[in-house]
Design a protein around this ligand. Structure first.
Ligand code: ADP
Length: 508
């Protein structure tokens, strides 16, 4: 296969189900690319392994080519071949694994949501490790993400370290504990893991069902470093209310568990250079922002009669976690308050998609409300740029990226105080927070009153004190939410873990 170049820094391999912009469903894709790029900038050798999906955005891959070897990896009692492709995405070397399995695991026209997801991704996790072994790579860190590649942790220690792929420490990041990858225990055997050894309460057994195993729990138990995507969420998931059944496991392993706030990709999300925008702009020249607002109103058929009418944006997966009933309420309340509302979202949940289609149709030709129910990256940039306010009323939110992107584009976030939203948005009226950090509006109670209170305070400042509002816009645009500081925290965790392993090896 290909050999790794030598580098003075660490050699980090991310094994993941998503990477932006080629294969992105949500924040996970952004994190793999953003953290990868930031670590590469700091001098580390970063490589990514993802599945080769038929539905990827191939335009974003440079120099894609198939390697002239065929990978063979174990599954269901025999060896299956995979083709391995390599290319460059955003300057990062990426390996794409294409299983030649008769079930055509990644030829489904969608990333997730297939009835055999557990099989598809346990196959991929094993094939990715096989790739590292057969190519003779000696990574310092193997970083896996979410349940889809959580299998990497037990596979590494039980099967691959004994085979000689033993240079690495395993880091696991859980981007959302709602999704844990549980299945009947017997299904774990397909990828070669020993069900009898692992279906135990202190290993991979699901905490609420003794005949099921839990991939995320397995990664928590078997990884050297376990992170999640914000400090507040790390606290929340250690409680019975917020832990989705894993709080006791996380408390037991608390020494290796930490929350690190995600950053955003400051190059991809930069209003001064963003090619998706009608006009580029920056904090010192907000005229361009007004022109983007005018442009989107024209394109979406909203009224432009009143330049000052505030525009509220919302870009989200429409799932219960995001507070869909509060989003719906915010649309109606915005209208009552004299604003405009643009929602860009889509839902994997049938009844939610149908409900929002109903609302979209109701407002089809309305002057002030528009719902666009699809995934559209380019349009998302235009909405961030055009909106004055951005609403995120999540019930829980591991980190959330849209509040940070919104601020970079001068749209003031209105958020529920939970998870990463609590670590990045500080209420302008909260006297307990130093003034320089205050950057938006937040509310605690997950109900209509909570939304109303924050929305009304935002409208009040916007309409009654335009100068203060403009100062706030300039201030949030200048805040730093780039990956720099978060990547440094990962760098430190990696380095400490590697140093500990080396010290232990020396004393053996
Ligand atoms: P999650 O990972 O839970 O979906 P995040 O806030 O962490 O939420 O990340 C969501 C990312 O996906 C953001 O970059 C956001 O702009 C993007 N996004 C969500 N829905 C859409 C959509 N319908 N069209 C375009 N981009 C979207």
């Amino acid at each position: 296969l290909t050999s790794s170049q030598t580098s003075p820094g660490l050699h980090v391999v991310h094994i993941a189900a998503e990477m932006a912009p080629v294969a992105k469903v949500g924040g996970l894709g952004d994190v793999v690319a953003g953290l990868g790029k930031a670590l590469q900038k700091k001098g580390h050798l970063v490589e990514i392994v993802i599945p080769k999906y038929d539905c990827m955005q191939y335009d974003f891959v440079r120099d894609l080519r198939a390697l002239d070897v065929v990978l063979e990896s174990y599954f269901d009692g025999r060896l299956f071949k995979s083709k391995v492709w390599v290319g460059t995405v955003e300057g990062l070397p990426v390996y794409f694994i294409e299983p030649l399995h008769p079930d055509r695991f990644f030829w489904r026209g969608q990333f997730y949501g297939e009835r055999d997801d557990f099989k598809r991704f346990s196959f991929f996790s094993r094939a990715a490790l096989e790739l590292l072994l057969q190519s003779g790579k000696k990574p310092d860190i193997i970083h896996c993400h979410d349940w889809q590649t959580a299998f990497v942790a037990p596979l590494y220690w039980d099967l691959y370290a004994p085979k000689g792929l033993n240079s690495a420490r395993i880091c696991f990041t859980c981007h959302n504990f709602e999704y844990q990858g549980t299945a009947p225990a017997s299904e774990l055997g397909s990828c070669g893991l020993d069900v009898n050894q692992l279906n135990r309460p202190d290993r991979m057994q699901d905490n609420s069902s003794h005949d099921r195993i839990n991939a995320v729990k397995g990664a928590v138990v078997f990884s050297n470093i376990v992170t999640t995507v914000s400090p507040t969420y790390a606290q929340e998931v250690r409680t019975a209310e917020g832990g989705h059944g894993l709080h006791s496991t996380l408390n037991f392993h608390s020494k290796k568990f930490i929350g690190i706030l995600n950053g955003i990709d400051a190059d991809a999300w930069n209003p001064a250079t963003d090619v998706h925008l009608k006009v580029q702009y920056n904090a010192n020249d907000l005229q361009g922002k007004a022109e983007n607002k005018e442009d989107i109103r024209r394109n979406l058929g909203l009224s432009s009669a009143d330049v000052r009418r505030p525009l509220v944006g919302c870009i989200t997966r429409l799932v219960p976690q995001k507070g869909v009933h509060l989003i719906r309420h915010a649309i109606y309340r915005t209208l009552e308050l004299g604003g405009q509302f643009v929602l860009l979202g889509s839902s994997p949940v049938h009844h939610i998609q149908r409900e929002f289609e109903g609302i979209a149709n109701h407002f089809e030709n309305h002057d002030h409300i528009r719902l666009i129910l699809k995934y559209d990256d380019s349009l998302s940039h235009s909405i961030f740029a055009a909106s004055d306010m951005f609403i995120i009323p999540s019930i829980f939110e591991p980190c959330g990226l849209t509040q940070m992107i919104a601020m970079r584009y001068g749209s003031i976030p209105i958020v529920r105080k939970t998870g990463g939203l609590n670590d990045s948005v500080f209420d302008v009226d909260d006297d307990t927070i130093p003034v320089q950090f205050r950057n938006g509006y937040s509310f605690l109670s997950a109900d209509e009153r909570g939304v109303n209170g924050a929305l009304e305070r935002a409208f009040d400042l916007y309409t009654r004190k335009p100068d203060s509002w403009q100062q706030l816009v300039e201030k949030v645009m200048n805040m730093d939410f780039s990956w720099d500081s978060s990547a440094s925290q990962y760098e430190e965790l990696y380095s400490k873990s590697v140093a500990r392993a080396r010290a232990a090896a020396r004393t053996q």
